[in-house]
Design a protein around this ligand. Structure first.
Ligand code: WT7
Length: 654
């Protein structure tokens, strides 16, 4: 099994400055919470659920058998009501819910009351004008504008299930996701501001939308005033749609297990998985985790840099902070526009207090140099966070010193699209930090590192990261593909009569002597590029769709900035003209970017005569991985069908 080489000796206790402004538990109090939650998890989760306002309070807590658990199933609740209305009768009524900065520098502040008005008007428009009903799926394909959050909340308010698709995905990727979820309505924009350019969004997807038969309406928000061709009867501008709509809206309570959203993520086969989250359990876990991990105080301004197209943008841009009544900061554009100091400048201008970003961004800023953060006053910051991939200790130290001025704890938060919310993380008021580890599971969670037989690994022995007991925010299924749901998460440790199955995360990890979890990355064919998850199979199926390509295998090699970089091995079809070959790597990179989106673009394309395969025809990606990382192959190659292929691949490398 995997073992680790370096031992991290540095320790960081919660700083005095942080503790002075925090109301979180100290170490002793946290241990009590942990013990109590472990003794009776259901009572613990029931208490967390009581922090929400239910239209009908649930009597049930956990029901059903894993992997088909339900949470609070007899309760009824409205997600938008909990994010907005509950604050309107408090001192938060006129508090900023959203402070937004557009890339060109325009600023908008939206209070909880104003958010309520916008969401209510849009909710009415969706039901009355567009005929969206309970359980209908609404696609959202937008940039980082307040209307994206408003759209999500309006869907939630009327019981429509939102399916947010990252605005950086191509029209084809959008089409596939809308078709898979049978979306009835799409909400999009004329264009987005990115790196100083207004890029069309609606016009770029028009031809793909023709191939979505379920789509009845497209709502277009005008942001860049770009020409968007509107299809009569189908397309409508946002402003026209909400004109004259009632600003009051009665929020209905939906069953706790009503689908709140579908979010697509990559798996180890070609087709993205539609992760389905439901309402009551998800909200319970979102509120609980946001509160305990980010220690929200009323004066905080929380900046989570994630796009709403990812789960982080769902749980910690939208639902978690708003459930807690926090103020969120949203930024529309590129972090390097007009200069590489944009984040730091906005932290000073808006006095942001909590900053949550990804290791790939931290490593990028680290390379750009201290000059940029040093230009600005970062003293408003009190807490920093990291998410998406393991943060290497060097980047952690830089983050702590240069951004946090050794005053701010760092919460390294581990979770997944599937888990719905943060599951492993420090509690900033209590946990002694070690750079490079997400530390321990949150109270209420039963998480372990086990060997292939399901037995707990000894300290510092690498194994597989599993979740042993169900949790409220867990995914309920893969939309429309129950078989894959079982296969992907529940078949590795199927359990027995006496033992419930374990949820398998797909991650490798080890636990140290203090019970801290060190995540060692994916053990399947999923790779983490700049904190975004990609299935290598997805990229492979895109490559073989090109007329010049016969076969393709994609593997990852470590990359200093992005975490991993993609290397594609490509076998060409016999009829490809020799003079065309030299240009192909660039052509194929662009091809993948167009098919899936720029994030999936291979960093390197290697044209080769053959791929190493087993006798049964399976590509031995392990060997390719070794070739791209160390240049040599080790271990067992006896199942390899054609040994000469391997020799040739090594030579290609030289
Ligand atoms: C995968 C999930 C959760 C939001 C962003 C990614 C990796 C995530 C950490 C962390 C080490 C991490 C895992 C996980 N990952 N956070 N703090 N330390 N690895 O969500 O796209 O569903 O990806 O990201 O490999 O399985 P996602």
């Amino acid at each position: 099994m995997i073992s680790s080489v370096l031992e991290e000796k540095r320790r960081f206790k919660p700083t005095k400055q942080f503790l002075a402004g925090s109301q979180g538990p100290n170490e002793k109090a946290l241990e009590l919470i942990r013990k109590k939650a472990a003794r009776n998890p259901e009572a613990f989760w029931k208490a967390q659920a009581q922090n929400l306002v239910w239209k009908k309070a649930p009597k049930k807590v956990l029901s059903g058998k894993a992997p088909h658990n339900t949470w609070f199933a007899d309760g009824r609740i409205n997600a938008a009501f909990n994010c907005i209305d509950v604050h309107l009768t408090t001192h938060r009524r006129n508090k900023a819910a959203i402070i937004w900065e557009g890339e060109p520098g325009d600023i908008r502040t939206i209070t909880y009351l104003q958010l309520s008005i916008e969401v209510n008007r849009f909710a009415h428009a969706l039901t009355k004008t567009l005929g969206v009903g309970k359980g209908d799926v609404v696609g959202i394909y937008m940039g980082m504008v307040p209307e994206a959050v408003i759209a999500m909340l309006a869907c939630a308010r009327i019981g429509a299930t939102h399916n947010v698709v990252f605005g950086g995905f191509s029209g084809d990727s959008l089409r596939d996701r809308l078709n898979d979820s049978k979306a009835k309505v799409l909400i999009t924009q004329d264009g987005v501001h990115r790196k100083g350019v207004a890029t069309p969004l609606k016009a770029a997807i028009d031809s793909s939308l023709k191939e979505v038969p379920s789509l009845r309406h497209v709502v277009v928000l005008e942001r860049t005033q770009q020409d968007a061709k509107m299809k009569m009867g189908r397309d409508v501008f946002w402003d026209q749609l909400v004109k004259g709509m009632d600003t009051h809206h009665e929020a209905e309570g939906f069953p706790s297990e009503h689908p709140l959203f579908i979010l697509y993520t990559s798996g180890s086969t070609g087709k993205p998985k539609g992760i389905l989250h439901t309402t009551g359990g998800y909200l319970t876990q979102a509120k609980y985790s946001a509160n305990i991990v980010f220690d929200f105080q009323d004066r905080d301004l929380f900046f989570c840099t994630a796009d709403i197209g990812w789960i982080t943008g769902h749980t910690y841009v939208t639902y978690g902070p708003l459930l807690c009544g926090a103020s969120i900061f949203l930024y529309e554009g590129a972090p390097t526009y007009p200069e590489a100091d944009r984040f730091w400048r906005m932290i000073e201008r808006h006095r942001i207090t909590i900053f949550y970003t990804a290791p790939t961004a931290i490593r990028t800023f680290m390379r750009l140099g201290d000059e940029f953060p040093n230009r600005w006053d970062l003293n408003s910051l009190r807490l920093l966070g990291s998410v998406g991939e393991p943060i290497n200790p060097e980047a952690w130290m830089w983050y702590s010193r240069t951004i946090g001025h050794e005053r701010c704890p760092i919460v390294d938060t581990w979770w997944q699209t599937e888990t719905g919310a943060i599951l492993i993380s420090p509690i900033p008021s209590a946990t002694t930090l070690k750079p490079g580890t997400a530390t321990r599971p949150l109270p209420g969670m039963d998480i372990d590192v086990v060997d292939k037989s399901g037995k707990s690994c000894k300290p510092n022995v690498g194994g597989l990261l599993v979740i042993k007991k169900p949790w409220p925010g867990m995914l309920r299924t893969i939309y429309g593909d129950e078989k894959r749901y079982i296969g992907a998460y529940w078949s590795e440790f199927p359990g027995s009569k006496k033992q419930a199955p374990f949820y398998f995360t797909g991650d490798g990890a080890r636990k140290d002597k203090d019970g801290y979890f060190w995540i060692m990355g994916r053990v399947d064919d999923v790779v983490n590029i700049s904190g975004h998850r990609l299935g290598t199979a997805e990229v492979e199926s895109s490559l073989v769709a090109h007329p010049s390509v016969a076969e393709a295998a994609v593997v990852a090699r470590p990359d200093e900035i992005k975490g991993s970089a993609l290397v594609a091995f490509v076998v060409l079809r016999a009829d490809v003209k020799p003079e065309y070959v030299a240009a192909l790597p660039e052509i194929l990179r662009a091809f993948v970017a167009k098919q899936i989106g720029p994030i999936a673009k291979p960093d390197e394309v290697r044209i080769t005569g053959g791929l190493p395969k087993t006798r049964s025809g399976k590509i031995m990606r392990r060997l390719l991985r070794e070739i791209v990382t160390s240049g040599v192959t080790t271990g067992d190659v006896t199942t390899l069908e054609d040994m000469t292929v391997l020799a040739a691949l090594r030579q290609d490398d030289e």
